[in-house]
Design a protein around this ligand. Sequence first.
Ligand SMILES: Cc1ncc(COP(=O)(O)O)c(C=O)c1O
Ligand SMILES: N[C@@H](CCCC[NH3+])C(=O)O
Length: 442
Amino acid sequence: MHLYGTQSVNELGHLTIGGVDTVDLAQVYGTPLLVYDIALFRERAIAFKETFKKAGIKAQVAYASKAFSSIAIYEIAKEMDLSLDVVSGGELYTAATADFPREKIHFHGNNKSYTELQYAFDEKIGCIVVDNFLEIEMIKEISEARQQKMQILLRVTPGVNAETHDFITTGQEDSKFGFDLKNGQADDAFLKLYNHPYITLLGMHCHIGSQIFETDAFRIAAEALMYKMIEWREKFKFTCSVLNLGGGFGIRYTVDDKPLAPSKYVEEMENVVLSMTRKHNYPVPEIWIEPGRSLVGDAGTTLYTTGSMKEVPGVRTYVAVDGGMSDNIRPALYGAKYTAVTANRMMAPHSDRVTIAGKCCESGDKIIEDAFIADPEEGDLIAVFCTGAYTYSMASNYNRLPKPAIVFCENGHDQLVVRRETYEDIIRLDVPLQKTGQEVSL
Ligand SMILES: Cc1ncc(COP(=O)(O)O)c(C=O)c1O
Ligand SMILES: N[C@@H](CCCC[NH3+])C(=O)O
C-alpha cells in the first residue's frame, strides 16, 4: 500500500491526511469529499522553486490552475510566492477574488474571447500567452484603443510528441494550440508583434503534454525554442528574456507510474538553457514553468462511502460508491487508473478484488476496475488516491448530482474551502416556464 505526502494510519486503523482522521472528516463534511494535503502542495512548490534558486536562474513557477481552481488554492499559491496560469475569464475572476498579485498572472487559451482579453487588460495581468493570429489582432486593437501596455509570450508548437495519452499531448504539430515553429507561423506572429508600441514580447512558450515521466521531451522542446530564439536574434536583433517550458510533470497514480522528482525536470531544462546560451553567447533567459498536476494531483484524495454491491459470478464484484464520473471523469475519458484503500479499516488485509463503480446512469461509470480493498461492507469509507488534479475542475452535475465538498488539511487542522452543492444550487440557473395562462409554443 503506497501512502502519499502526510498520509498515515492512526491507532484506530483509520487513514489520516494532514494529521486529520478521514473517518472524522467524512462524518463532519459528508461524502464524496475531496481532501487536500496542503503540506504536500507546499513541498512540491518549494522543490520546483529551490532547484532554480540553487542554479541561480531567474524563474517563475506558475501554478497551472486548470488542474484545480478555487479561491483557497489561489491563496495558498500566493502564500508560496507562485505565479498563476489561468485559461479563462472564470479562472481569472477566481484569481482576482483571491486577490492574487495580478502581475504574476499569465493568461492562456487557444480561443480567448475579446471580452476575456479586455478583462485581462482591466486587471493589468502580468502576461498574456498569445496563441493565434486572431488573438494578435485583438490584443493590438485593445492595447492601442486603451493606450495600455501588455506583456506577452508567443505560444509555439515545437513538434515534440511526448509519450502520454493522445488527448493530453499538445506539443505536436497537429495541435489546436499555438504557432507552428517549423512552417513559418511563429515567425509571422513575431513580425506582427515586433516593435509594437504597447505590446512587449517577452519570449516564447510551449507545453508539450501532461503526465510525462521522462526528461527527453523537455530537452528537445527547450532546444527547439532556444534555436528559434537564436535565429530571431540573428535575423531581427531581438533577444527573448523569457523561455516558458510549460507543465506536464508526471505523478504516481499507480505502481506502474514512475515519476521523477521535480528537480530532475528542472535540472534538464537548466542544462539545455545554460549550455546553449553559453555556446551561442545568448543572455540566459528567465525560465518559467507551469506545473498543475504535479502540485495538486497526489495532494488530493477523494473519500466515498460504499453502498450497494453486486456480484457477477465468475466475473467481478461491483462495489458502488456515492459519487462517480460526475466528480471524476478521468477513468471514463482517458481510461485513467487509480488506487484506493478502505480508509476506515486500513489494517484489514486489502485482498478483495472489486470494481469500484459510481452512481451515474452509465455502465462506463467505474472509478477503478480491479481495486484491492478490505472485504467490503456497506458504509465503508473508500479513499481514492491522487484525485487532486483535473477532477473537481472537470466535474459535472450529470444526473444532477451535487458536486462534492472540498477540505484542506494541514498540521492536524481541517478547513472547508468549497462547500458541497445543495439541490438548491443544482437548480439555481433554471428558469421555470412563465405562467401566462397560454400554452408555450416553441
Ligand atoms: C499550457 C499549459 N500549461 C500547463 C499545463 C499543466 O499541465 P500539468 O497539469 O500536466 O502540469 C497545461 C495542461 O496540460 C497546459 O495546457
Ligand atoms: N485533463 C487532463 C489533462 C489536460 C491538461 C491540460 N492541458 C487530465 O486529466 O489528465
